[in-house]
Structure formats: C-alpha cells, structure tokens
Design a protein around this ligand. Structure first.
Ligand code: ATP
Ligand code: MG
Length: 298
C-alpha cells in the first residue's frame, strides 16, 4: 500500500456510534467537509480524513492498512480478532476506551427455561451474530452446544424455533423482556474504542496519532469534569475539603484585603449536585460557582 501523508479514521456511517464519535472528533478540534456520496469526509485544518462505513468493516480496514484508526465497539473488534484468519493482517490494539456505546454481550434464555448455569446449554442451539466470542466462551467451559449464526433479529430465534437460547448485545434489557427472554450470563462488557495497529506508522501519521490521543485524553477527562469555585474562611477549609467530590487537590488563592479568607478552586471528576453544594455551604462556603470545563491540556 502506498504511504499516505494524511491520517484516515474509519467510523460507523449510520448507527449508534455515529453521533458520539462525530462529537468526540469535533471536540478534538477536527472539522470535516462531507462529500456527496457521504463515504469519505475530507478534513479541514488538520490532515485527518474520515471514512464512513459499516461498523463490522472497521477492524478489517485498519488491519489491511486502508485506514489508520477506527472507532468501533469492543464486541466488533474482539469478534474480528477471533474470526479473521488473514495472516498478512496487522495486529490491532485498543488505543483508548471512549466511554460511549456501552453494552454487554450476554446469553439469554426463554423466561420459562430452567437455567442452572452454562452447563444447561450442552446439546442446545444458541443463535448469535458473534460466533467467535460465543464459541470461545463455550470452549472455555467445555460445553458442546450448537452455534446458529444470524446477521440480525437474533432475539426472535427462540420463538421461531430455530434456537433454544440467544447470545446478543444488551443495553437496557428492554428488547430481551419484550421477547420473553432472560439474561443469564455476561460474556463481554463493551464500549466504543479507538482502535489502531499495534505499531503506529513511522511517518507524519504516527505524530498525528500522538497528537490526537492527547486531545482525546483531554476530552475524556473533562467530559464529566466541573470546576468548583468558592470563598471561605481559612478555619472552615478542612471541613469543606472533606465534602468535595473526587478530583485532584484544590487550589487556594488569597483574597485581597481579607487575610483570613481564601478562594478555593477544585476540579471535580463528575457532576456537583445541589445537595452537595448545600452541604458545602453549611460547612462555611460562600459565593459558590460550578463551571463546565471546556478544554484541558495536562
Ligand atoms: P452497521 O450498519 O454499521 O453494521 P449495526 O446495526 O451493526 O450497524 P448498531 O446497532 O448501530 O450497529 O450498533 C453499533 C454498536 O453500538 C454495537 O456494535 C455496540 O458496540 C454498540 N451498542 C451499544 N448498545 C447497543 C445495543 N443495545 N444493541 C446493539 N449495539 C449496541
Ligand atoms: Mg454492524
């Protein structure tokens, strides 16, 4: 493959990961011009382009060097790693866990089935779109079950009589309940990942990946962060500090002309609720502000 001087990121064209992945890249300062066929988006500013594809194709595109990075669920990455037999393909690595697209790959059985553990699956047929992950799980437990591979609508297989149980992605459990199925075992916890080759290209693209990873770390870190500002007397600081939500040590700033008063600035890892603010106020804080954090570069 001819070396490229622009970085190419594969992401899902249309589905659950599309909007959060676009949002992440936008927060990293990347902007794209969408082409008319909507498969390729040319990056404006940074030399980073997007390829919009089906999520199942993403690991293969990276392994073949067509794309340098991809945003895809761990379920899809691991299934690819277990089933793709290409020897010339490069090994893939999880570069970052991105915190969205969370779900789990679970075994589910009809509600009325007597289920006393995985051994109950011996001799049964299990419908799934993840034969690699299910096959490994069964092998590890020494269970001999039939794996029925379906591309979609796995949850109706037991009602149609084509399988006795299913192994599928679950988020809230609503789809399982609607199909009279009961989740019994979690095979894999999944979320969206930034995936890339284990060894980065030794050209400008490697440097671009380094830059992007730093920005992604910044975005992930501040996504939930709040900056808490308040004033207090030095005497009440100990009590106030004890009530602060998790985060690094707060910073104290002197207040002009008030030697026994300070301003406290704390980066909090997560929401700061009204209740927490009221408690902190009771401990002696005044003039409290909770601010969202826009960007952070450590
Ligand atoms: P494509 O057309 O790109 O192949 P798809 O139908 O395979 O789309 P989506 O349903 O959009 O994919 O799901 C994309 C990813 O979102 C999944 O692979 C998984 O990582 C994650 N996800 C999160 N929650 C769920 C859920 N409840 N069901 C399915 N996928 C989920
Ligand atoms: Mg798919």
């Amino acid at each position: 493959m001819r070396p490229r001087d622009r970085l190419r990121i594969a992401m899902q064209k249309s589905g659950r990961l599309t909007e959060p992945a676009q949002d992440l890249l936008m927060r990293c300062g990347l902007a794209f011009r969408q082409s008319r066929d909507k498969l390729f988006c040319f990056g404006e500013g940074e030399p980073v382009d997007l390829l919009l594809v089906r999520d199942d194709d993403i690991p293969g595109l990276i392994a073949q060097g067509v794309c340098d990075l991809g945003i895809v669920g761990r379920n899809v990455l691991n299934e690819y790693q277990l089933t793709a037999g290409r020897e010339d393909a490069v090994a893939l690595a999880e570069w970052r866990a991105l915190g969205f697209g969370r779900c789990r790959l679970s075994l589910a059985v009809p509600q009325e089935m007597d289920y006393a553990g995985p051994v109950c699956m011996a001799g049964k047929r299990i419908a799934t779109s993840y034969p690699g992950l299910l096959g490994r799980w069964l092998r590890e437990r020494g269970i001999d079950a039939g794996v029925v591979t379906l591309a979609g609508s796995v949850e109706i297989a037991p009602r149609l009589g084509t399988a006795d149980a299913i192994c599928d992605l679950v988020q809230s459990g609503g789809t399982l309940a609607a199909n009279q199925l009961r989740e019994t075992d979690v095979l894999l916890e999944s979320e969206a990942l930034l995936v890339g080759p284990q060894v980065l290209p030794a050209d400008e693209r490697g440097d671009l990946v380094g830059l992007l990873l730093k920005r992604i770390d910044g975005v992930i870190q501040v996504r939930e962060s709040r900056l808490l500002l308040l004033q207090a007397s030095r005497g009440s600081l100990e009590a106030i500090t004890r009530l602060l939500p998790g985060g690094p040590q707060p910073t104290l700033l002197p207040l002009a002309g008030q030697p026994d008063q300070v301003m406290l600035q704390a980066l909090c890892a997560g929401e700061v609720s009204w209740r927490q603010l009221e408690e902190i106020k009771k401990a002696g804080a005044r003039e409290m502000f909770v601010l969202p954090v826009e960007r952070m570069l450590a």
